[in-house]
Design a protein around this ligand. Sequence first.
Ligand SMILES: Cc1ncc(COP(=O)(O)O)c(C=O)c1O
Length: 335
Amino acid sequence: MKGFASDNWAGTHPKIMEALIQANSGHEPAYGNDSYTTRAQEVFRKIFGEQSTTYFVYNGTGANILALDALTNSFNSVICSEHAHVHVDECGGLEKHTSAKLIAIPSANGKLYPGDLKNFVKAARYPHQSVPAVITISQSTEPGTVYQLHEIEALATLAHEHGLYLHVDGARIANAAASLGVDFKTMITDTGVDVLSFGGTKNGLMFGEAVVFLKPGLEKHFELYRKQGMQLASKMRFIAAQFMALLDDDLWLKNAAHSNKMAQKLKDELLKFNRIEISQPVESNGVWAILPDDLARKMQENGFFYPWDESKKEYRLMCSWDTTVEDIERLVQSI
Ligand SMILES: Cc1ncc(COP(=O)(O)O)c(C=O)c1O
């Protein structure tokens, strides 16, 4: 039975599976020296601009930590929201690999705003405090909200005014782009983002994410960090082939628009029950809801989902590329 636990509980999209099978013939050079990787990198260059450089990795944690590794020294700090995946769900991976310090800012909706950051972007008491080097945001955010373009631009401006970089954790970048109705270049390159972790797994890939450097030079030692960070795939053609299929014929957009639409449908259905409260704006492919215990238990039997904040009885219900109206109806009928 399909549930609402996470968009990475869904399987591989058939077109991605087809691309994997097609890539599975003959020999190709290893470690990214294959023709698939070269072509996929070219596709990313066309999307994000001639100045950009893209590297493929296995997973989102690897993409984030390696991107931030490339932007920091051991004496630096990275500013993020209290909900940031890199802060709460990556097991101290950033601290282990980079020695950089994370500064987590309270955020009710997962977003960071320049006004909340102005006391954090400058190091005081040189040389005693960690030196801020990066602001990292997630698009869409962990609680499912989406930054508007002007909000990203304002953070990029703040970062650059203080000599910091802006990194975007785009594990769900496609859902954000579909939600805003914009292309990736408009949302990322043109707003001044420096480095992006581009998600594939949550949008139909079997596995695979990309790190996109938007400004030349920032990628200088990335290949070495990727190898040290154990994310250099020897059979990289299989990540590249999946990305080519995802970016071909707007499959990324179809998948993301579908999961976003299913979240809207789920929200509309849940709002029909007066014991249920929607606790975050539904702007991408997840619904955050406050559920009484009895209802939550019953619903979880008909499509599993996780608690988000148990103290508030708040739950997260995620839709994916393969969520159907029937899946939602089954869940709703159980209420
Ligand atoms: C916002 C965000 N960033 C990064 C990741 C990392 O993905 P992975 O599990 O592939 O390491 C996730 C996964 O849940 C996520 O939700």
